[in-house]
Design a binder for this molecule. Structure first.
Ligand SMILES: *[C@@H]1O[C@H](CO)[C@@H](O)[C@H](O)[C@H]1NC(C)=O
Ligand SMILES: *[C@@H]1O[C@H](CO)[C@@H](O)[C@H](O)[C@H]1NC(C)=O
Ligand SMILES: *[C@@H]1O[C@H](CO)[C@@H](O)[C@H](O)[C@H]1NC(C)=O
Ligand SMILES: *[C@@H]1O[C@H](CO)[C@@H](O)[C@H](O)[C@H]1NC(C)=O
Length: 400
């Protein structure tokens, strides 16, 4: 990303006397624009036909900015005094209230509200930039120390996946030792968590091309996992939010996410007595953890909105995922036949900071717990406020 920015700037500001050239260009642009304005009074609003001498002049300038300035001038003077019929607003100005917020002054035909993460070439026909349009996205939040694990993991994801790495240790270029790293997208911000990156860089409008989004930790063993097969199963069983089953089953907190050896998928489990208020509620159903979560496009659009900017560890999110799909106990589940090993590398703890004589990991752990409580409180408050405003009695099952 940073590289591209630099490239763009250096292409425009090429020479030291560039600012003088800009001034001249702009003045010439004004004159040309004026000439065009008076000599082509009926110029169409969508197309400007320049004499070929102007086109070659623009090309000769060889600078993106000056070309842009010229075009802008030509455009505005050509349209300066077109007599349009007035719109309902009583002006000739474009105003489209149904456009996305802030874009009302644009003609709807030019508004592009969504994007993607596809890498494009800087040359050639844009229609031919993408050999395949990847339908899936996988993100890993990584430190360089885990590179061999991530290398193994990435190889389980076919070319149908866009690969996006979030680097919490600031080391990005070292990853180029892996061939796939060159087609991956690297986002670097030191000492941040998976949900911090997800909130900032995975906006649903940016991910709208992806049917499924994998938001994964770095410490997962993928020997028994194949991403294409996983997606087949998720589609077959109608899972909007899912994760692979976990091995080994000792030392895991929840029954739900343990791998079952005898089936493709499970959506419900038994827990310890008293842990589940209903067989359809977490942690007995409608529940996966947040270490290796896979979202459908629609589910992610909802979950993204639930992520809080300040609660970076995402604790409590797993219990609340069910708010985003309906019925949750059928659309949230664990894929058993494509499973992973949770290796438990305490990477985030080592990114903490010693305070008041406590070890770094203690401070992180404490914040995790506090965030969980804060998140639960906010959810409960928000729902209470909603029901109160609507004048309805809340259902019993809203508390988590
Ligand atoms: C613009 O057009 C209006 C009539 O639509 C005319 O009265 C006005 O003088 C024109 N202005 C210029 C600068 O040509
Ligand atoms: C008319 O346009 C202005 C902006 O130019 C906008 O603020 C206003 O809401 C519009 N009114 C209607 C009825 O669209
Ligand atoms: C990628 O997706 C296409 C279209 O769905 C499919 O035909 C192809 O098998 C996929 N590639 C791999 C490696 O699975
Ligand atoms: C809701 O809670 C009340 C009292 O706590 C109980 O009587 C009722 O059966 C509950 N309803 C459901 C649908 O669980």
């Amino acid at each position: 990303m940073a590289k591209l920015g630099t490239l763009g700037r250096s292409a425009i500001l090429r020479k030291p006397n560039e600012s003088m050239r800009l001034v001249i260009t702009t003045v010439i642009g004004l004159v040309f624009g004026y000439l065009i304005g008076i000599s082509f009074p009926t110029v169409s609003i969508t197309k400007l036909h320049f004499p070929s001498s102007i086109i070659s002049y623009i090309e000769d300038r060889n600078s993106g900015l000056s070309t842009q300035a010229l075009l802008n001038r030509a455009w505005s003077s050509a349209n300066h005094n077109k007599s349009n019929s007035l719109n309902s607003n009583g002006t000739t100005k474009i105003y489209v209230p149904t456009n996305p917020r802030g874009a009302e002054r644009l003609a709807p035909g030019i508004v592009v509200p969504e994007s993607d993460l596809y890498l494009r070439r800087l040359w050639g026909d844009p229609n031919e930039d993408l050999p395949i349009q990847q339908k899936y996205l996988v993100t890993f939040t990584v430190g360089y120390d885990q590179r061999h694990n991530i290398d193994a993991a990435v190889k389980k994801f076919s070319g149908n996946f866009t690969i996006l790495l979030f680097h919490y240790d600031g080391r990005t270029s070292e990853w180029d030792e892996f061939e796939w790293s060159k087609r991956a997208i690297h986002v670097s911000a030191r000492r941040q968590t998976k949900w911090w990156y997800a909130k900032r860089f995975l906006h649903p409008d940016i991910l709208s091309s992806y049917e499924y989004i994998f938001i994964w930790d770095e410490d997962l063993g993928v020997e028994h996992f194949n991403a294409e097969k996983y997606i087949e199963l998720v589609k077959k069983h109608g899972l909007e939010i899912s994760q692979p089953g976990l091995e080994p089953d000792k030392g895991l907190t929840w029954q739900m996410t343990k791998r079952r050896g005898d089936r493709e998928v499970h959506k419900q489990t038994e827990e310890r007595p008293g842990w589940c208020s209903s067989p359809h509620l977490p942690p007995c159903a409608a529940f996966v953890e947040i270490m290796a979560t896979v979202f459908s496009r629609d589910a992610w659009r909802c979950v993204w909105h639930m992520i809080q900017n300040d609660l970076v560890h995402g604790w409590g999110l797993d219990f609340a995922l069910r708010k985003c799909v309906e019925p949750a106990h059928e659309k949230i589940g664990v894929v058993d036949s494509q499973w992973i090993v949770h290796q438990v590398v305490p990477s985030l703890g080592s990114q903490g900071k010693s305070e008041n004589g406590k070890a770094p990991w203690e401070g992180v752990r404490e914040r995790c717990r506090n965030e969980w409580k804060t998140f639960q409180d906010r959810m409960a408050d928000a729902e209470r406020a909603y029901y109160k405003k609507m004048g309805i009695t809340p259902p019993n099952t809203t508390a988590t």
